[in-house]
Design a protein around this ligand. Sequence first.
Ligand SMILES: [Zn+2]
Length: 133
Amino acid sequence: MDQLTKDKRSANMSKIRSVNTKPELLVRSYLHKNGFRYRLKNNLPGKPDIYLKKYMTVIFVHGCFWHSHKNCKRSGMPKSNIKYWENKLDKNKERDKRVIKVLKKKRLKVIVIWECQVTDAKNLSKLTKKIIG
Ligand SMILES: [Zn+2]
């Protein structure tokens, strides 16, 4: 299933890791077009990607690999250093859970959208409902 060489994979990963990942930009431009104003920089726990203060809403644009998107083909475990990756990804998952809990305690609405979902306009349009509703 995994035809990527080690080198290519680590190149892909560093792309995924960069701050202004494309999925995030797609979400941002969608929000902007729809009149939502947001802040990128915030000191909220877990540093959510997008903070819509007016709506008391934060949005995380999660990379499928880094945040272990369930049943997603982008979230496959690398073939080498499995222990390392399991450990790392488990930690990410735990942190996600913890962060979401804390944010909810602050009475913020937490929306998670996955990188594999943001290319579909239908999924993006659901965001409006989630934010306003
Ligand atoms: Zn996914």
